[in-house]
Design a protein around this ligand. Structure first.
Ligand code: HEM
Length: 537
């Protein structure tokens, strides 16, 4: 027995209070789970059905319609495709192909417990991407831990706006201009190995260009983010890749979205934890070394993206001053941003450049036109700078056409933060709005009858003249959350194309099987085998 403020409290009554609190907490959690997994998706469906939207009648309590979509997609993946067949929506956006056939354009479905509608009208797409009241759909905890942490990609609201400002500083135009040199060096170091291989093979050789583009982009991103620490940065790539594969496989498991799923000690979950831990360790080591260098070096100035992130000088009450370097990013923030840039900057550009090389090989007339332009602009030497990249118009048209036909992020999503009106659609709070980028890039109503052809000429007078509505072309998204690395990627792509075409001729190997897939990103399932030949000079 104890005496508190004159009242006698028995152990029994204390136990009763604690038990009641625990039961209330359990009850609250169970109610939240029921709301999240059962009640909210059904309520949203009722609201959309009343407005004439249709979709599958049932969905799995945790996986939503993912099993059905996966089954449809698996059947599609078995089909053989030709390279010039760009009509591949059923592989890349299986949900769109499956449900638009059954229910028409106004359809809904559920990915995990998150109920969604698909919006294709460019005017509505513009409204969704520019209105900050539509926030970015949260990723699953496992995806977040593995790839983004609390980095820019996964943030929302005021925190996102502040972080975006800092990150834009690291990617501003002048900073990027200074990176072209690093991009050229990183690319050339890989192309030197190609020369060796071609020579050893007697004039031409076959490469899986997807692997080589991985090597190039990993070199570029390691050099530009980590400068002298690029070797440590490189170690992360294989681990990141392994993570992408395992998590993409797990995402089709109906229980993937259940809270606590990641804590189950399954072999895959254990492997994921191990890889995440290893990556964080490498990053923390690099950052700590860097902070130490900056502490002893009084003439410290930013030489790469990590330096820029560490030294951004903002008037903010949270900012920290580390021996002359002003930063408001703590070590975990920096780790999360590095992870984000790694995934966002490496995997995307790798897939994009792989598709670019494939199409250049498949369309030799465009390969030749690009080469002629590169010869004219920089006379085939590696003296490439930002101004010369700007002068490469034909290369730019080709890159745009590859972005149109092979958008690397085939869909973008946003969530309504409150009840809203979108055109004539009433959008209830919590509804996910899915923008099928791939579908919009292949819509004849927006691009004309030759939409399924590779025709860079459509971009000859710029994006605005290429399609009916500027919002029909959104490989890098648009609005305030457009891709932070858009200009970086644009420069890198031009550097790589110019460097490759200056030295090599590309053609498609007879062993290549055209099997694009959408594993978070639109990429080739079995790599891309090309034959490369040294150019006669
Ligand atoms: C072909 C190359 C690339 C493509 C197609 C691409 C595409 C995209 C898209 C569509 C988004 C917006 C996603 C959304 O709105 O939900 C995005 C965001 C982002 N991208 Fe890229 N990206 C590419 C390259 C890069 C590179 C090279 C970097 C950095 C080095 C980068 C960093 C980012 C970051 C940090 C965000 C998040 C921006 C924010 O939320 O404020 N991306 N990217």
């Amino acid at each position: 027995m104890e005496l508190i403020q004159g009242q006698v409290i028995t152990w029994r009554s204390l136990a009763l209070v604690v038990t009641t609190l625990v039961l209330v907490a359990i009850f609250h959690n169970v109610c939240s789970l029921i709301m999240y997994f059962w009640w909210t998706p059904r309520r949203l469906r009722r609201i959309m059905e009343k407005q004439g939207w249709r979709g599958p009648k049932t969905f799995h309590i945790s996986g939503g319609n993912m099993q059905e979509i996966k089954k449809f997609c698996d059947e599609e993946l078995l089909k053989d495709l030709g390279i010039r067949n760009f009509d591949i929506e059923s592989r890349i956006l299986p949900q769109y192909a499956l449900y638009s056939q059954k229910y028409g354009d106004k359809f809904f479905y559920s990915r995990g417990p998150r109920f969604r509608i698909v919006v294709t009208d460019p005017n509505l797409v513009k409204e969704i991407l520019t209105n900050k009241l539509y926030y970015k759909e949260p990723t699953t905890i496992m995806t977040k831990l593995a790839f983004f942490g609390e980095g820019l990609f996964a943030m929302n609201g005021k925190n996102w706006a502040e972080r975006r400002q800092i990150m834009e500083h690291a990617f501003h135009h002048e900073a990027l201009k200074g990176m072209v040199n690093k991009m050229v060096k990183a690319t050339t170091s890989v192309l030197d190995t190609w020369e060796q291989k071609v020579r050893n093979a007697g004039g031409s050789t076959q490469l899986d260009i997807n692997n080589d583009m991985k090597t190039i982009t990993s070199h570029v991103i390691s050099h530009t983010i980590f400068g002298n620490n690029y070797k440590e940065g490189q170690q992360m790539f294989q681990q990141m890749e392994a993570l992408v594969r395992i998590i993409a496989e797990l995402a089709t498991n109906p229980f993937f979205f259940l809270p606590g799923f990641r804590l189950l000690p399954t072999p895959k979950n254990r492997k994921i934890s191990k890889l995440i831990h290893k990556n964080e360790k490498i990053l923390k080591q690099i950052i700590q070394i860097r902070q130490e260098q900056a502490r002893v070096d009084e003439s410290f100035c930013a030489k790469d993206i990590l330096d820029s992130m560490m030294s951004t000088n903002f008037n903010n009450k949270n900012k920290k001053v580390v021996n002359g370097i002003t930063s408001k990013l703590n070590i975990q923030d920096l780790v999360d941003e590095c992870k984000t840039l790694f995934l966002a900057g490496y995997a995307t550009t790798t897939s994009f450049l792989t598709w670019t090389m494939l199409l250049l090989a498949e369309y030799p007339e465009w390969q030749e036109r690009a080469r002629a332009e590169i010869r004219e602009v920089c006379n085939f030497n590696n003296d490439i700078d930002a101004t010369k990249l700007n002068q490469m118009k034909i290369v730019g048209m080709i890159l745009n056409e590859v972005h149109r036909l092979f958008p690397i992020l085939p869909q973008i999503t946003r969530v309504a933060s409150k009840d809203m009106q979108l055109g004539d659609i009433f959008v209830p709070k919590g509804l996910v709005l899915e923008i099928p980028v791939f579908h919009m890039h292949h819509d004849p109503k927006l691009w004309g009858e030759n939409v399924m052809e590779f025709d860079p000429n459509r971009f000859a007078k710029g994006v605005s003249k290429a399609c009916q509505h500027q919002q029909s072309f959104i490989p890098f998204s648009s609005g305030p959350r457009y891709c932070l690395g858009q200009n970086f990627s644009w420069m890198e792509s031009k550097v790589v194309v110019a460097s490759v075409l200056s030295c090599f001729k590309l053609s498609v190997s007879p062993s290549y099987k055209h099997c694009p897939e959408n594993l978070f990103l639109h990429s080739p399932k079995f790599g891309v085998q090309l034959v490369i030949k040294k150019l006669d000079t």
